[in-house]
Design a protein around this ligand. Structure first.
Ligand code: PFF
Length: 449
């Protein structure tokens, strides 16, 4: 561990932290609902291809820039660009990413707050506290404010402890817990009536839909959100990786785990929709379209849990605990982006910086809660539809065009001398220079049109 900056103490620690950032509500809620509303398995296939062929190379660009810079996102991007225009661009992209991460956290904390209150609700019901249980599922201001604040405080408490004792330690505990809950839930749901129809819809693709522009735009947006790209988060996590580690394989592990969990979450959610349908909860219209994308998690699944009787309470608790844990390991990475910048740029101590930024983000979240109809969707669109693809694209341009090729390859080589003999070595620099910017740009323009 270096004296001033933190560093992940082990390979496993980094993988858990970065996969923790990647695996979140986007995987367990976003991916299955997008799959259900975009033609099932065709979306899954498009997602897999885009995640490995575009998002993974873009993730590598951010990790490499971060590890080379050994600093916050702005300084790391400055280090590979020339003074003048290059440094100005570095500030715009690095700081833009930090603001994007903070804004994502401001809406993510609200949703995570709903997950936490839904985790406690079955306990209140079990304890016979009907009034408390009703309040916990109400859409009241008091509930939203309390749980949003509670979630931000939890995030702040972990981040204030630093890289090794905060981010790494908690990711190593929470990620295995998440896997255990996820697999137990799948084992239960797959034994229920209707589950096999759901499994078929999830796994058998309708090839005619695969090249639909809307489907591709949604799949790429989902892959970017899921791998936390364009937010400076992976630059800063990259900066905490030791020079002895093999970056290419670390990035590959993170991508594989992220895609795997999204895929596995689909094995839970899509069959669960069909189980609910078999039990009389209406999920699909007569034409087979998903009726309520937004209310899936808070209306459809709870209706399913309720229909299960008392075991439903336990399942409901486990499901929302899973969601809350996934959200927490992602939110700590979002907070780390602005905190690391503030600590390094202004020399503030970590504890002060974390509470100050946590406080500012809480204020933004509260503003969204008070103006929900006007702001919630707006902030989501601004950050995930515009901010992330655009900033992710810029990071590829930094790595591919602003940095000299020798420096880029040299950084990749550290920790793995054999990289030179791999296809990655031959293809990636070219890929990051031409293919990624072009494809991401095309999909981005398409999404705006
Ligand atoms: N990857 C997270 C998810 O799938 O839920 C969301 C996320 C985390 C987005 C961190 C952006 C970020 F910086």
């Amino acid at each position: 561990m270096s004296a001033i900056r933190g560093e992940f103490s082990s390979r496993f620690g980094f993988i858990m932290a970065a996969a923790g950032s990647a695996v979140g509500l986007g995987n367990i809620w976003g991916f299955p609902t997008q799959t259900a509303s975009n033609g099932g398995a065709a979306f899954v296939l498009a997602y897999l291809v885009l995640a490995f062929c575009l998002a993974y190379p873009a993730l590598m660009a951010e990790l490499v820039v971060g590890r080379h810079g050994q600093a916050n996102a702005v300084s790391a991007l400055r280090k590979i660009s020339k003074p003048g225009f290059g440094h100005k661009a570095a500030f715009t992209v690095g700081f833009g990413g930090i603001v994007c991460a903070a804004l994502i956290l401001s809406f993510y904390a609200i949703v995570a707050g709903w997950m936490m209150s839904a985790t406690i609700e079955p306990i209140a019901t079990f304890a016979g506290q009907a009034e408390a249980a009703t309040w916990l599922t109400s859409q009241s201001l008091s509930r939203d404010l309390l749980f949003t604040a509670g979630f931000i405080i939890l995030t702040v408490a972990i981040i204030s402890r630093g890289v090794e004792n905060g981010i790494e330690k908690w990711s190593k505990r929470l990620m295995p817990a998440l896997l255990i809950i996820l697999f137990s839930l799948i084992a239960y749901v797959l034994t229920q009536e209707g589950a096999m129809t759901g499994l078929k819809a999830y796994l058998v693709p309708d090839f005619s839909r695969i090249f639909e522009a809307d489907l591709l735009v949604s799949a790429l947006g989902q892959a970017f959100f899921s791998l936390s790209l364009g937010t400076s988060v992976m630059i800063i996590y990259g900066s905490y990786i030791s020079k002895k580690e093999n970056l290419v394989s670390l990035g590959a592990y993170v991508t594989l785990i992220d895609v795997f969990i999204a895929f596995v979450a689909g094995l839970l959610i899509i069959p669960a929709m069909y189980v609910a349908q078999a039990q009389g909860v209406q999920i699909f219209s007569d034409t087979g379209a998903l009726l309520s994308e937004d209310t899936l998690v808070f209306q459809v699944l709870p209706a399913l849990f309720e229909s299960m009787g008392s075991i439903g309470l336990l399942i409901s608790f486990a499901f929302f605990a899973l969601m809350s844990i996934a959200a927490l390991t992602s939110s700590i990475s979002m907070l780390e982006a602005p905190v690391s910048y503030t600590v390094e740029k202004f020399g503030m101590n970590r504890l002060q910086a974390t509470w100050t930024i946590g406080g500012i983000i809480a204020l933004i979240s509260f503003t969204i809660v008070f103006n929900f109809a006007a702001l919630f969707g707006f902030v989501i669109t601004l950050t995930t539809q515009y901010g992330q693809p655009l900033l992710g694209l810029m990071c590829c341009i930094f790595a591919g065009w602003f940095w000299n090729r020798g420096g880029l390859l040299n950084e990749i080589k550290q920790g793995n001398e054999h990289t030179e003999h791999t296809i990655f070595w031959k293809i990636w620099p070219w890929y990051i220079r031409y293919v990624c910017p072009l494809c991401i740009g095309l999909v981005f323009v398409n999404s705006i049109i």
